[in-house]
Write a protein that binds this ligand. Structure first.
Ligand SMILES: CC(=O)SCCNC(=O)CCNC(=O)[C@H](O)C(C)(C)COP(=O)(O)OP(=O)(O)OC[C@H]1O[C@@H](n2cnc3c(N)ncnc32)[C@H](O)[C@@H]1OP(=O)(O)O
Length: 413
C-alpha cells in the first residue's frame, strides 16, 4: 500500500479495491464520467470490474478514486504479451489535482510489475493526460468516409464469393478464428474472448447513439475469409448512414467485396468507418480518393513499457541492430540508464546495462510509441524528442523495429 501526502490535505491511501466495494466504485465512475447507465449496462460494467486488477484511492474511509486493469494480452511483433488494459481511471470531482491519479497509477504499476506484466495499455479520455506517466501512442486510428451515392470505384477485382448475413449470436464462434489470425500480422490487437465479442461488439443497443440499428454482421466465405460488423441509421432529415465498426479480411479482394457491400446498401448515402488502420488497403485500392476520404486521425491505444527489458526481449526484430539506448523513466527508474540493445538472427536479442556512451537518448513514452512499429525513432530525432549521439543510430533502430503492417487497435475499453 502506498500513501501520497499533499501540502494542505490528509494523505490519500492507495490500496486494493475489494469486490465488496464494486457498487461504490461504479457510483464514483458514473459521477466522474457523467453517465447514468441502465441496469443492464451497470451489471456488465460490474462484471468487467470483477475480472480486473483494481486499486482505490481512499480519503479516510471514503473511496475518492479508482483505476482498474482488464486481463488482456496484446499482439506485439512476433508474438503476444500480457498487457493489462487500464480502464475506469477516475477521481471524485472534490479530489482532483491532488495526486490521486498519480498515486493510483504508481500502485497499479507496482502490482503489474509484481505479476511480471511487461506492458500496459489504455484509451485516453484526453490525450494530454497519460504521456507524463510514460504512456506513448502505440497505435493510431483513422476515420474514413465513403460517398456511397455512387458505386465504389475499385482498382482491384472484389472476391465474388457470396456474402451471408450472420445471426449476431452465432458471430463470435464464426468470426473469432479470423480475428485471432489477424493478430499474428498486426501488432496492437487485444485478445477477444467470446464474452468480449458478445458484450462489446454485438450488443443490441448502441451505447453511445441509440438511433443506430442493432449490429449487422456479414461474412464472406465459409469458414469466414472476411467479415464486417456495422450499424445503420436513417432519419427523415439526413441521408442514411452506414457505420462500419469492424472489418477484417484475409485478402485485398475480400476487403474490396466487403467495402463494395457496405457502400451498396439501399437507402443509405454515406459509409463512416471509425478506427481504421493507418495503412488500410482500402486507401490504396479505392480508385477515386475523392470518394473515399480520411476525415480524422487520432491516437488509439496508449502503451506503457513497464519492464523495458522484458518488452524488448519478447518482440521480434526486422533487421540486425546494436545500439546503446539511454531511456528516461521518471516513474519506473529500473528502466532508466544506458542499455545495449542487440539483435542478430544467430544470437537473438539482448538488452543489458552498459557503461558505454549512449547512441540514442529518449523518454520511455517515446520508446513505447516505437515499440509496436507505429512511430520511427528517426521521426523522434527529427521532432527533437530523441537525441542521437551516433549518426545513423536512430535509422538502425528504426530498421530493426519496423513492422510490415502498421499497429492497429479497434477495441476500445
Ligand atoms: C484510462 C482511462 O480510464 S481514461 C479516463 C480518465 N478519466 C476521466 O477522464 C474522468 C474525469 N477525470 C478524472 O476523474 C480526473 O480528473 C483524472 C483521473 C483525469 C485525473 O485525476 P487527478 O487525481 O486529478 O490527477 P493527478 O492529480 O494525479 O494529476 C497528475 C498530473 O496530471 C495532470 N492532469 C491530470 N488530469 C489532467 C487533465 N484532464 N488535463 C491536463 N492535465 C491533467 C495534473 O495537472 C497533474 O500534473 P502535475 O503533476 O504537473 O501537477
Amino acid at each position: 500500500m502506498a500513501t501520497r501526502p499533499t501540502p494542505c490535505t490528509p494523505a490519500l491511501k492507495f490500496q486494493e479495491l475489494p469486490e465488496s466495494e464494486l457498487d461504490r466504485a461504479l457510483d464514483l465512475a458514473y459521477l466522474a464520467f457523467h453517465e447514468k447507465p441502465e441496469a443492464e449496462l451497470r451489471a456488465h460494467h460490474k462484471e468487467l470490474l470483477r475480472g480486473c486488477t483494481r486499486v482505490g484511492a481512499y480519503d479516510g474511509d471514503e473511496l475518492v478514486g479508482m483505476v482498474s486493469a482488464l486481463p488482456f494480452t496484446l499482439s506485439v511483433p512476433g508474438g503476444e504479451l500480457p498487457c493489462p488494459g487500464v480502464t475506469f481511471a477516475c477521481v471524485a470531482p472534490t479530489h482532483r489535482r491532488r495526486g490521486a491519479l498519480s498515486g493510483l497509477l504508481a500502485e497499479l504499476f507496482a502490482r503489474c510489475t509484481a505479476q511480471d506484466w511487461p506492458i500496459a495499455a489504455l484509451w485516453a479520455s484526453e490525450s494530454v493526460i497519460y504521456g507524463r506517466f510514460g504512456f506513448g501512442e502505440g497505435t493510431r486510428g483513422l476515420t474514413v468516409e465513403i460517398d456511397s451515392t455512387r458505386p465504389l470505384a475499385l482498382r482491384i477485382a472484389p472476391d465474388d464469393r457470396p456474402l451471408r448475413l450472420l445471426d449476431p449470436a452465432d458471430a463470435p464462434a464464426r468470426l473469432a478464428g479470423l480475428y485471432d489470425s489477424t493478430r499474428a500480422d498486426r501488432p496492437g490487437r487485444i485478445n477477444r474472448t467470446r464474452a468480449w465479442w458478445a458484450e462489446e461488439w454485438l450488443v443490441e443497443k448502441d451505447e453511445e447513439d441509440e438511433s443506430f440499428s442493432p449490429p449487422r454482421v456479414v461474412a464472406l466465405g465459409e469458414p469466414a475469409a472476411g467479415y464486417v460488423v456495422y450499424r445503420t441509421k436513417r432519419d427523415d432529415d439526413a441521408p442514411g448512414l452506414v457505420r462500419v465498426d469492424d472489418l477484417e479480411a484475409e485478402s485485398p479482394a475480400v476487403a474490396a467485396a466487403l467495402w463494395q457491400y457496405v457502400t451498396s446498401i439501399d437507402l443509405t448515402a454515406k459509409v463512416r468507418a471509425w478506427g481504421r488502420p493507418v495503412d488500410d488497403p482500402l486507401l490504396l485500392f479505392a480508385a477515386d480518393r475523392d470518394q473515399v476520404r480520411v476525415t480524422a486521425g487520432f491516437p488509439a491505444l496508449w502503451l506503457r513499457l513497464l519492464d523495458v527489458r522484458t518488452a524488448l526481449l519478447r518482440r521480434s526484430y526486422a533487421a540486425p541492430v546494436d545500439v546503446v539506448l539511454d531511456v528516461h523513466d521518471a516513474h519506473l527508474p529500473a528502466n532508466s540508464g544506458p542499455h545495449r540493445l542487440s539483435y542478430s538472427s544467430e544470437g537473438g536479442a539482448a538488452y543489458e546495462p552498459t557503461h558505454a556512451p549512449a547512441d540514442l537518448s529518449l523518454a520511455v513514452r517515446d520508446l513505447a510509441a516505437c515499440y509496436l512499429g507505429g512511430t520511427s525513432p528517426v521521426s523522434l530525432v527529427q521532432a527533437g524528442l530523441a537525441t542521437e549521439a551516433t549518426p545513423g543510430a536512430a535509422a538502425r533502430l528504426a530498421a530493426a523495429l519496423r513492422t510490415d503492417r502498421a499497429p492497429h487497435t479497434v477495441d476500445g475499453f
